[in-house]
Each structure stands twice: as structure tokens, then as C-alpha cells.
Ligand binder design. Structure first.
Ligand code: SAH
Length: 233
């Protein structure tokens, strides 16, 4: 099903304009075809009432029941030097139901805050596209970049993924019943030893994924995927 973001709602219909109207037209949606609309964190099933040059009107058939993870995942992701990798992480995090992504600035991460500011609109668009693709009606909150010293463990379970850790494996974690998890992932070049120590001093638990060293994006996606499926009440 194709999903769109409308510009506004009238009583029993939604109005598509601008870029979303263009997308709608490119898809050549037929009159009898059902489409999805994301509005105020809900998904609606709609059908085309009329399409003009400036706008299309979609009549609401019903509100669709959608799922939301029972665990709140905060992904604290060191920004990869290759910014495209960060975009992949944003896209996959949205699909996986991650609640928020905090871009982290570290010794070996991408560090230019101004350049990241300029990307913000593009990143928001990637999140919106992933919401449409996956039928996720609630937003992923993209925070402003932070340094390690600005972070405090704020979830019930606070983890740093560390491939050098010889402590806990992910299967040693007690995930059942946990309502919020913060997950820290390093950049392509990894964290320095002192950075990992700063996190563990704050109370983040070092955890390793088996069996090999993963790329930053693989670690983030696998970590979030495991947590969203195993944690929660
Ligand atoms: N170049 C580094 C690897 C960095 S991988 C090295 O040689 O060690 C990038 C990040 O992904 C790491 O900082 C860590 O947070 C995460 N990661 C990768 N593989 C992992 C694993 N097996 N277990 C836990 N975390 C892992």
C-alpha cells in the first residue's frame, strides 16, 4: 500500500499537496485503490475522491490499528565519517521502531556540527520516507549532536556496544520487561579505550555481539533489532 503525508485534514478526508501530490501522481493510483495516510501519529486507510492540479482529496475509510514497540529505544550513534552510512542507520532505525537517535561526536566520528545542521532537512526526509515505506505512523525523534560529556544514562538499561569487551554478551542481558534502553554505537574506526571508559564510568554496560567485528551500521541495526524484539513488558 502506498502511504502519503497530507497537508491538512477536513472532516472526513485528507488533502495532498506539493511534493506528496507529485508522488501520488507518479504512482498512478486508481480510483478504487486504497492508500494509507499518516496523520498525527496515526495511519488511515483512504480512497481517492478527486485529484486536481493543486491538490488531491482522499476520503477516510477507517483508522488502521498499528503497533508500537513496548520498549523505548534511544540509539546514541557516533556519526560515521561517511555520512551516507548515518543515513542508512536513520532509515533502518525508523523501520525498526527506534524512538530517538542521538548523533554522537567522538574522537573518530564525523565532527562538523555545522555540516550536520545543513543535512538535517535531508535526514528528516529520510525518516519520513522510511515511515511511509514501513507503515510506521509515529515519528523518530532526531536529536542535536552531543559530546560524550553531555550524555547521562537515562534509560532503564544503558548499553555501549563494544567489540573489545570480554564481559557481557547480548544474550546475557535481562531484556524481558525492560521499558527503555539506550544503545551506544561507535563510528567506523571504533571508540578509543578512554572513550569506552568514560561511558562505563557513567554506568553504561559494555556488551559484545557475536561472533565477529561488525561495521558500525550493522552493529546499530542488529543491536536495535534484537532489543526491539526481546525487550519490553
Ligand atoms: N575498527 C574498529 C571496529 C569498529 S566497529 C576495530 O578495529 O575494532 C564500529 C562500532 O560498532 C564499534 O565501536 C562498536 O560500537 C560496534 N561493534 C562492531 N562490532 C561489534 C561487536 N562484535 N560487538 C559489539 N559492538 C560491536
Amino acid at each position: 500500500m502506498h502511504i502519503f503525508f497530507p497537508s491538512r485534514r477536513s472532516k472526513d478526508s485528507f488533502i495532498l499537496q506539493g511534493e506528496e501530490l507529485r508522488h501520488f501522481k507518479v504512482r498512478r493510483i486508481k480510483k478504487e485503490e486504497k492508500v494509507g495516510i499518516i496523520w498525527e501519529e496515526n495511519l488511515y486507510l483512504c480512497e481517492l475522491e478527486k485529484a486536481g492540479n493543486k491538490e488531491a482529496k482522499l476520503r477516510i475509510i477507517e483508522k488502521v490499528e498499528t503497533k508500537k514497540p513496548t520498549v523505548r529505544i534511544t540509539l546514541i550513534q557516533a556519526v560515521p565519517v561517511e555520512l551516507r552510512t548515518f543515513e542508512t542507520i536513520l532509515q533502518k532505525s525508523t523501520e525498526l521502531g527506534v524512538s530517538e537517535v542521538v548523533p554522537l561526536l567522538t574522537e573518530r566520528s564525523f565532527k562538523n556540527r555545522e555540516a550536520m545542521g545543513k543535512k538535517r532537512e535531508r535526514w528528516e526526509r529520510i525518516i519520513r520516507e522510511a515511515m511511509k515505506q514501513s507503515g510506521r505512523p509515529y515519528t523518530l525523534e532526531l536529536k542535536d549532536p552531543v559530546y560524550i560529556e553531555e550524555l547521562e544514562p537515562k534509560s532503564e538499561l544503558n548499553i555501549i556496544l563494544d567489540n573489545f569487551s570480554n564481559g557481557k554478551r547480548v544474550k546475557d542481558l535481562e531484556l524481558e520487561g525492560v521499558k527503555s534502553v539506550s544503545l551506544v554505537v561507535g563510528p567506523e574506526g571504533g571508540f578509543s579505550k578512554s572513550e569506552v571508559r568514560r561511558f562505563t564510568d557513567k554506568g553504561f554496560i559494555p556488551v559484545r555481539l557475536e561472533p565477529h567485528v561488525l561495521r558500525s551500521e550493522t552493529a546499530a541495526i542488529v543491536g536495535a533489532g534484537i532489543i526491539v524484539n526481546l525487550a519490553g513488558p
